[in-house]
Design a protein around this ligand. Structure first.
Ligand code: UTP
Length: 295
């Protein structure tokens, strides 16, 4: 029997992050700040908003700072207490209680599918939320929550992936699906292909949120190397299209690819403008900048 709420999410964060070199040589790109929080904290907050209690980080070398970020910082908290910095103390205390964090190492970057498979012993026989830390999603209802609701409503057996339309000329960068409408905002996926070099079946792309039944792991174990010589999550999902079935949830909101330089910059501007204390002075700066840059 599936549990009535989402309990565990897996965050694959063991990639090499080549698009963000040299920064990502030593510091994980998941620790890049979006205003004043690292990208991975937004992911943890979205997981909590979906009801998750535990988060597994799939990591690699030099990624320990992600775990430290969610841990208690005893010395720092003692200093803040001594200096009566109450609001900072409260912020750190909330952060270390946000979600239970565990980690597992992916020893070689064999692909996203392989990274998810590394979570198998931790997940056990439960449905699993997968959240890619590069994808920062903003919507009135957090995307992971919508996926869970869809997964539960359709009986806890079919997988649900988040989809978004992308420009046709960018389809080769994504997993692309062909699908039929089931109801407003939900489609049944008929086929799915990773990074099609030509003739994409549509411009509906899989974005970084998945809600999957535990049968996923059996499919991943049968999956050999695919596009780019990597074990692809998409190839395992393709085996699930007929049985148990795969749904697509059409995400309506803003998406930022923070693992990409331009996406990272856009996210910082958008999230800074959402901060009441930054909005007015930052807008004034942007206006002035636009004026000087366009003359
Ligand atoms: P990306 O395709 O963005 O690769 O991985 P990357 O290595 O992170 O970054 P670039 O493209 O080289 O700049 C998508 C997600 O899958 C994870 C990544 O950490 C990212 O969250 N991943 C990828 C793994 O955990 N392990 C892998 O072997 C590959």
């Amino acid at each position: 029997m599936s549990k009535p709420t989402l309990s565990k999410v897996v965050v694959p964060a063991a990639g090499l992050g080549t698009r963000f070199l040299p920064f990502s040589k030593v510091v994980p790109k998941e620790m890049l700040p979006i205003v004043d929080k690292p990208a991975v904290q937004y992911i943890a907050e979205e997981a909590v908003a979906a009801g998750a209690k535990q988060m597994l980080l799939v990591t690699s070398r030099n990624k320990e700072s992600m775990e430290d970020h969610f841990d208690m910082a005893f010395e720092l908290e003692a200093v803040l207490r001594g200096r009566k910095k109450e609001s900072e103390l409260e912020m750190l205390s909330k952060l270390s209680k946000l979600i239970e964090v565990a980690s597992v190492r992916q020893q070689q970057p064999l692909g996203l599918g392989h990274a998810v498979l590394c979570a198998k012993p931790w997940v056990g026989d439960e449905p699993i939320g997968v959240m890619l830390p590069d994808d920062l999603l903003e919507a009135p209802t957090p995307c992971m929550r919508s996926l869970w609701e869809c997964f539960a409503r359709f009986g806890h057996s079919m997988g649900v992936v988040a989809l978004m339309e992308v420009p046709w000329e960018k389809t080769h960068q994504y997993g692309i699906v062909s699908a039929e409408r089931v109801e407003e905002g939900v489609v049944r996926i008929r086929s799915i292909v990773e990074k099609p070099p030509s003739n994409p079946p549509s411009n509906l792309a899989v974005i970084g949120r998945y809600m999957l039944p535990p049968t996923l792991f059996g499919e991943l174990e049968k999956t050999g190397r695919g596009a780019g010589g990597e074990i692809q999550l998409t190839d395992a999902l393709a085996r699930m299209v007929d049985a148990p079935g795969l749904l697509g949830y059409l995400f309506k909101g803003r998406r930022f690819d923070t693992g990409d330089k331009l996406g990272f910059l856009e996210a910082n501007v958008a999230y800074a403008l959402k901060r009441p204390e930054l909005r007015a002075p930052f807008l004034a700066y942007l206006r002035q900048l636009l004026e000087t840059e366009s003359t």
